[in-house]
Design a protein around this ligand. Structure first.
Ligand code: GLY
Length: 554
């Protein structure tokens, strides 16, 4: 059966069936060297890509506490080579059962600044612990205790404060100081620790050990659960026992698209990533991009982004709560309609496409990409939302809680912490998953396979788009992560860009076409890419030079 499927896939994609069927090396790219090493340790111990993903996720939770953690959630896109299974493990946080639509509004219906960002009330029910247990039990070869060992060791022994750690801690200093347990772990005498200082997390090590020993019950039941629930309650939060009993990991079918002979496999709702990515590529397929000038190319990419983000704003939300018309949105006919509304000479003002609000996205998150020697692969994007999440740590647990509730729209039309506003499909409801932009992605073609993704809030999708387009046009892993970035998200009606992405002359021309532009002072994103070139039978990997990560082959 598998051979028939493989033959069909080869035919559909025009793949040369003499191409390598197993990669010569494994590869891991993550946002932190200690996490990359942890993944390699798991592979060396006989684990597969899925075991390595568990080890990497848990280690990132320790050494990159501002980006993701077991107090948060994420999406793990898996490919199992033996039967070509492709599935997305949805460990996204859920709104507590006591949550309500207006919980971040005051008596007059005004959204209270900060309430969905800082402190216990901002935290959704964590999904990462349940997801790690699920991945290990369903797809891994090693016991969970083995895959979690490097993370537990890193939590006990400590990791060194880096320049990026200091920037993140400085940014969230005020909020970290309000949680004594968090301040004890992540600050030194209530101040940003110096470079090289060791951050040790004995409570987190114990919590991870409980997860390793007892599986799901080690986090969602027993001592850890009691400490989490009472800590949240005494800090004004609304978590209850039932939230923990009812939290479930979902296995979801990835979004599948086709672009010029490539297969695009990406995150389905409750992420908006896959739908928006495929919509943009469907629109761009209508153009011969190579025959456009670089200015026209930038213009049509921006116009395609604008339209896909408008769809995102109107239609995307948790598919268990709202009817998301995925099939229609990624249909080529829908893209053709959008394409007909694009002028090659003039920008389309976003407000002329109809009044729909945009949705939110966090700006601190993490991504890793893994390929093992059997050809199994994982693209995973994980988050606690804002840097250091809610900055709240229930005493005794070592678990820093997310502030993913801010990814809901607190009130339709009212901007969230990123200045973005949300729509009905993403309104708060008890037990609902908040909309995400996280876009772990595979791009599969005749030449081979790219495994990619990045943090970056609502800009995640356009970063994956630009790198993915680059891959289809022959860029290697290093060039993909280095690529200068630009972004449009429908509202605000502006092109945001890294200065290297758009020259002064191009800026002048784009302005003359009616575009508004904003050059960003800071680079953004932290992309991790692994490529298996099946024709050359070569594996390569790259970690974004904007970050502190590491890519290694094994
Ligand atoms: N909190 C980041 C995202 O899910 O998009």
């Amino acid at each position: 059966m598998r051979h028939i499927y493989t033959a069909w896939l080869c035919f559909a994609l025009g793949v040369n069936i003499s191409a390598a069927s197993q990669p010569p090396q494994a590869a891991i790219a993550t946002a932190h060297p200690v996490a990359t090493e942890a993944g390699l340790e798991i592979l060396a111990a006989g684990g597969n890509a899925f075991d390595a993903a568990v080890g990497v996720s848990a280690t990132l939770a320790v050494v990159e506490p501002y980006s993701s953690g077991i107090g948060g959630g994420g999406f793990w896109l898996l490919h199992r080579e033996a039967d070509s299974l492709q599935v997305m493990i949805d460990g996204r946080e859920k709104a507590p059962l006591a949550a309500s639509r207006t919980m971040y509004q005051d008596a007059k219906g005004k959204v209270v600044p900060g309430l969905s960002v800082d402190g216990a009330l901002a935290a959704g029910i964590p999904g990462e612990p349940a997801a790690l247990v699920h991945i290990a039990e369903t797809y891994g070869k090693l016991p969970l205790s083995r895959s979690l060992a490097p993370a537990i060791r890193a939590a006990r022994n400590g990791f060194k404060v880096t320049p990026h750690y200091r920037r993140m801690a400085k940014f969230r200093l005020k909020a970290l100081r309000t949680s004594p347990a968090a301040a004890e772990v992540f600050l030194l005498h209530n101040a940003v620790p110096p470079l090289g200082h060791h951050i040790k997390q004995p409570d987190l090590a114990n919590t991870l050990q409980a997860l390793a020993n007892q599986g799901r019950a080690g986090f969602y039941q027993g001592k850890v659960a009691k400490q989490l629930l009472s800590g949240v309650k005494s800090a004004g939060g609304i978590w209850g026992v039932q939230d923990f009993e009812q939290y479930e990991v979902m296995e979801r079918t990835p979004v599948n698209g086709k672009y010029r002979g490539y297969r695009i496999v990406s995150a389905p709702p409750p992420s908006s990533g896959g739908v928006a990515l495929v919509t943009i590529l469907n629109i761009l397929e209508k153009y011969r991009l190579k025959s456009l000038t670089s200015l026209q190319r930038q213009h049509v990419i921006v116009e395609a982004m604008r339209r896909a983000y408008r769809d995102r704003a109107e239609y995307l939300g948790d598919p268990d709560f709202v009817d998301v018309p995925v099939k229609q949105l990624i249909d080529k006919n829908h893209a053709a309609q959008w394409q007909r509304s694009i002028s090659l000479k003039q920008a389309t003002p976003s407000n002329s496409l109809g009044q729909v609000a945009d949705t939110s996205g966090g700006n601190h998150t993490t991504h890793f990409s893994i390929l093992d020697k059997a050809g199994n692969r994982v693209a995973a994007t994980l988050s606690i939302n804002y840097p250091f999440g809610s900055c709240f740590m229930p005493p005794g647990t070592g678990v820093l809680l997310n502030d993913e509730m801010d990814d809901f729209s607190a009130k339709p039309g009212v901007p969230n912490v990123y200045g973005l506003v949300g729509a009905e499909a993403n309104a708060i409801a008890p037990g609902k998953r908040m909309l995400s932009s996280m876009s772990p992605t595979f791009i599969e073609g005749q030449q081979g396979i790219a495994i990619l993704g990045t943090p970056g809030g609502s800009r995640i999708i356009t970063m994956v788009l630009l790198a993915g387009l680059g891959y289809t046009e022959g860029l290697d892993a290093e060039a993909m992560v280095r690529l200068p970035r630009f972004h449009h998200q429908y509202l605000p009606d502006k092109i945001f860009y890294e200065p290297e992405a758009i020259s002064d002359q191009q800026r002048t021309h784009l302005q003359a076409m009616g575009h508004e532009l904003k050059a960003l002072q800071q680079p953004y994103g932290n992309m991790q890419v692994v490529i298996w070139d099946k024709q050359a039978n070569r594996v390569s990997a790259a970690s974004d030079p904007r970050g502190e990560g590491k890519a290694l082959l094994h």
